[in-house]
Ligand binder design. Structure first.
Ligand SMILES: [Cu+2]
Length: 262
């Protein structure tokens, strides 16, 4: 009985200190007064994900070891079938329910609070950003750059600059999912939604996929994000912008010409 009490106390102490140690390992930024530094949301989401995996692994292993030890400690022995098994005291029985529940809930709350905090940080888009409009439709992603340039299913972006997509849809619900950047947001008719990400490595391409069932060709609704160096991006953007202006002025000249008399 004394052993059991010691065990309960040791397990509780171990788990609570583990939980507190993790809380210390992930410093809070919300409410500290200073604006949070711009961080790559993808890295932060990965951090949180690893933390969930580590927590549930530690809790799972500790509880499995305790269970295995109890099974061995109180195993059936020959000649002891009628037995005089020690009874749990009321306090020990309550402790067995309350302490594990507290540990699980404390960890759940801690993880949920970190997720909520990270979500709030993520929803504050960095001021220095490239803003691009996105209209989704069956079955394409149509991007419009600040100079009016349009691309379909391919978004070129400069490395090192946060990119904000303002999204809407011309027909039904779609979703712009970029797995590599850990971002995913619905686009829908009559509403503007947004997501942002931080492309870091020039020369890389990232898959974009629709992640909301939008019709029979939904599985074909995919695109890519091409990350260029800032210089290459500027060169491409200026060149395509100039082409667009030439086309526009030619169209304006054509409409301004007086109609020939017949
Ligand atoms: Cu879809």
């Amino acid at each position: 009985m004394r052993n059991l009490k010691k065990l309960v106390a040791a397990a509780a102490g171990c788990l609570i200190s583990t939980s507190i140690a993790f809380a210390g390992a992930y410093p809070a930024t919300a409410g500290s007064g200073a604006p949070p530094a711009i961080k790559d949301p993808a890295v932060e989401w990965d951090h949180l994900w690893r933390e969930v995996i580590i927590d549930i692994t530690i809790i799972g292993v500790v509880f499995a070891l305790i269970t295995a030890w109890l099974l061995w400690r109180y195993r059936r022995r020959p000649g002891n079938e009628t037995g005089h098994a020690p009874k749990l005291s009321a306090a020990a029985a309550v402790a067995w329910v309350v302490i594990p529940t507290f540990v699980f809930l404390a960890d759940d709350l801690y993880i949920a609070a970190n997720g909520w905090q990270l979500w709030n940080v993520y929803r504050e888009v960095p001021a220095d950003r490239l803003e691009i409009s996105l209209e989704t439709g069956m079955y394409s992603f149509d991007y419009t750059y600040p100079n009016g340039l349009r691309t379909q299913n391919e978004l070129k972006v400069p490395a090192g600059k946060p990119v904000l997509l303002r999204m809407t849809s011309r027909d039904t619900l779609h979703n712009h999912f970029i797995p590599d950047f850990r971002v995913k947001e619905d686009s829908m008719p009559g509403r503007i939604t947004y997501l942002w990400f931080l492309p870091k490595e020039a020369g890389k391409q990232h898959v974009v996929s629709c992640a909301a069932y939008c019709g029979v060709m939904h599985s074909y609704m995919a695109g890519k994000i091409v990350v260029l160096s800032p210089e290459d991006y500027k060169a491409w953007y200026d060149k395509e912008g100039a082409k667009l202006n030439d086309t526009k002025s030619a169209a304006e000249r054509a409409t301004a010409m007086p109609a020939k008399k017949s």
